[in-house]
Ligand binder design. Structure first.
Ligand code: TRP
Length: 342
């Protein structure tokens, strides 16, 4: 079986294809992931989790558009598809097959404890509705699909946000259970949380997040990016009045894009009372300079979608070269095999 060996670290992460990527996604997830993928001691698997997408999004046009935008974003920002395995979950049907196998070893009680599911039940109870109202089996068993994503490729390290730690622990549970019944097939995955990456502030100063509606989309056209940056909340201090860097979203976003020297420079400007308008102007220039080229490439990729499609299909081929033999072994381990005597 295709176990990750000890010298090469196998890293895998999924990107749910809902919503347009924003600066917070870039700084907190995309940029560090692409940087890490350049390390030759690592083998990285990145995929568009479109079957996770349909749990929340039942608008086909929107789902398709999000998948396209997410793929274009990663490629435009320099993800090298020859170095990594970059694919679309739905192009690897073995993931769905493994999902069922795992469902049959996964205790229902484990899923009952899922934070996402419990939150949905709590919302229903609060609203005086039936506890199961609008809760699909997809939402309920979401962690099983995620476990299949990970275990199929025997990835040991799974970089995720804190909200996903429980899902990785559940994947470990399922792997252990499966190994116990059918023999040692799966590597036990671990969540990797990078505390050094910035959690970016949004327009209102809270964490930049789609659910707060305070995001700055990554590839806004230049003029719109400028407008959006101008909307970042500031206090009423006048030009010339010293400003605090600590609670300033403007400073915090600056820092996420700046070198150490540029950060020192802006800190001095704040102490010297830079006008908010001027600080935002400089912030726009800094961010725009870094996004200009990728934005251009992003637009080109979106135009036909053909190059993206070709890259994803190649990625799926690489992924399936691992997945198909793995599934053959697993099927046999379960006793799902040829009737003919050997
Ligand atoms: N559920 C993850 C999220 O919302 C995305 C995801 C799907 C994922 N499958 C995965 C992440 C496998 C890591 C590994 O962020």
């Amino acid at each position: 079986m295709d176990k990750a060996n000890d010298t090469v670290e196998r890293v895998l992460t999924g990107i749910t294809t809902t919503g347009t990527p924003h600066l917070g996604n870039y700084v907190g997830a995309i940029r560090p992931a692409i940087e890490a993928s350049r390390d030759s001691n690592r083998e990285s698997f990145f995929f568009l989790a479109d079957y996770h997408g349909i749990i929340k999004c039942q608008d086909p046009a929107l789902l398709r558009q999000s998948a396209l935008e997410v793929a274009a974003t990663w490629l435009a920002l320099g993800l090298d598809p020859d170095r990594v395995v970059f694919y679309r979950q739905s192009d690897v049907p073995e993931i769905m097959e493994l999902t069922w196998m795992l469902s049959c070893v996964c205790a229902k009680g484990l899923m009952n404890r899922s934070h996402a599911y419990k939150a949905a039940v709590a919302d229903n109870e609060q609203a005086g509705a039936d506890p199961d109202h609008a809760i699909t089996m997809g939402l309920f068993s979401y962690p099983v699909l995620m476990a299949a994503d990970i275990l199929l490729f025997n990835a040991r390290h799974v970089p995720v946000g804190r909200d996903q730690i429980q899902h990785i622990e559940m994947a470990r549970d399922m792997a252990q259970r499966f190994n116990h019944i059918y023999g040692e097939h799966f590597v036990l995955p671990e969540a990797v949380i990078d505390d050094s990456v910035a959690v970016l502030a949004g327009l209102d100063g809270r964490k930049m997040s789609k659910s707060y509606n305070n995001t700055i989309p990554l590839f806004l056209p230049e003029k719109k990016l400028q407008k959006s940056i101008n909307k970042i909340n500031t206090n009423l201090l006048e030009p010339g009045e010293p400003k605090l860097t600590e609670d300033s979203a403007v400073f915090q976003i600056w820092q996420a894009f700046a070198t150490a020297e540029q950060t020192d420079y802006m800190r001095e400007q704040f102490a010297a009372g830079i006008a908010w308008g001027q600080a935002k102007k400089e912030l726009f220039a800094l961010v725009n300079e870094q996004l200009q080229e990728p934005r251009q490439r992003y637009q080109e990729l979106l135009e036909s979608g053909e190059e993206i499609e070709r890259i994803l299909l190649q990625g799926a081929e690489k992924a399936r070269a691992r997945a198909v033999p793995t599934m053959a072994v697993l099927r046999q381990a379960l006793g799902i095999q040829s009737m003919a005597r050997v």
